[in-house]
Design a protein around this ligand. Structure first.
Ligand code: KIV
Ligand code: NA
Length: 268
């Protein structure tokens, strides 16, 4: 048995069907999602989804490496992208290179993703010139939640032109793909038409070259925060609740464990 070849930044960009991407943070979830996805993103959203933080600002490089390793182990065919966390790349291209190189070397991921537009173009150029494929991330940038003034849809009025310039700068700097988050549809559409690299939308536009959602949001496993762009394709939260209730009942009534789960238990 020969394992399917893993997607690379180059093979993703060459896909003729929309790129299917989801976030994953753990090995078991990566195993379940990998057969269906072209790209698995180890997003820094894990700070909120897995660790209960109220923003992504507290996520560390060590957390991204641990979860990145878990997702690479659990996947075979999707390209794995790992987010650079807040404060580990914005200071300088050199800082970004050091963080990215550590993440790539220790996880085996195929690329990194970082937030920012015009202001990050120099850094994206620096990384891509030195062997690190980069996905950009524009529109709503959750690491900039405090300067955005909350999690909201961006791209109204004057913001539209700025976001278009961000897209152009990130593409020219050498990013092979750009995530566009929580952005007015016509703006995301215009970017997807104007910019010659793969766009991946989340709360953006069906005209993007691909779509991404947080796995737990899509599965109905995370409901603390549900922006309008989340669509639930499953309701696993309710399944977990049902299973935990059945387990609790079986333990309290001494139905579990039964003879099948015990060794040497006298029958009857
Ligand atoms: O951290 C994340 O999950 C992301 C995606 C939603 C694009 O950046
Ligand atoms: Na992210």
């Amino acid at each position: 048995h020969v394992a399917a070849k893993r997607h690379t930044p180059r093979s993703l960009a060459a896909l003729e069907t929309p790129v299917v991407a989801l976030t994953a943070y753990t090995t078991p979830m990566a195993k379940l999602l990998d057969p269906h996805c072209d790209l698995l993103l180890v997003g820094d959203s894990l700070g909120m989804v897995v660790y209960g933080m109220d923003s992504t600002l507290g996520v560390s490089t060590d957390m991204m490496i641990a979860h990145g390793q878990a997702v690479v182990r659990g996947s075979q065919q999707a390209c794995v992208a790992i987010d650079l966390p807040f404060g580990t790349y914005q200071q300088s291209p050199q800082q970004a290179f050091q963080t990215s190189a550590g993440i790539m070397a220790r996880t085996g991921a195929g690329c990194v993703k970082l937030e920012g537009g015009v202001e990050m173009a120099e850094t994206i150029h620096f990384l891509t010139q030195r062997g690190i494929p980069v996905i950009g991330h524009i529109g709503l940038k959750p690491q900039a939640v405090h300067t955005h003034g909350g999690f909201r849809t961006v791209g109204r009025g004057d913001e539209a032109e700025q976001i278009m310039q961000d897209a152009q700068a990130v593409a020219e700097a050498g990013a092979f793909a750009i995530v566009i988050e929580s952005t007015m549809e016509p703006v995301a559409r215009a970017i997807s038409e104007a910019v010659p690299v793969l766009t991946i939308g989340i709360g953006a536009s069906p005209a993007c070259g691909g779509q991404v959602l947080v796995g737990e949001d899509m599965l109905g496993l995370f409901s603390d925060f549900t922006p309008r762009f989340v669509k639930r394709f499953g309701n696993l939260g309710a399944e977990v609740d049902k299973a935990a209730a059945a387990y609790a009942k079986a333990v309290r009534s001494r139905e579990f464990p039964g003879p099948e789960q015990c060794v040497g238990m006298p029958k009857g």
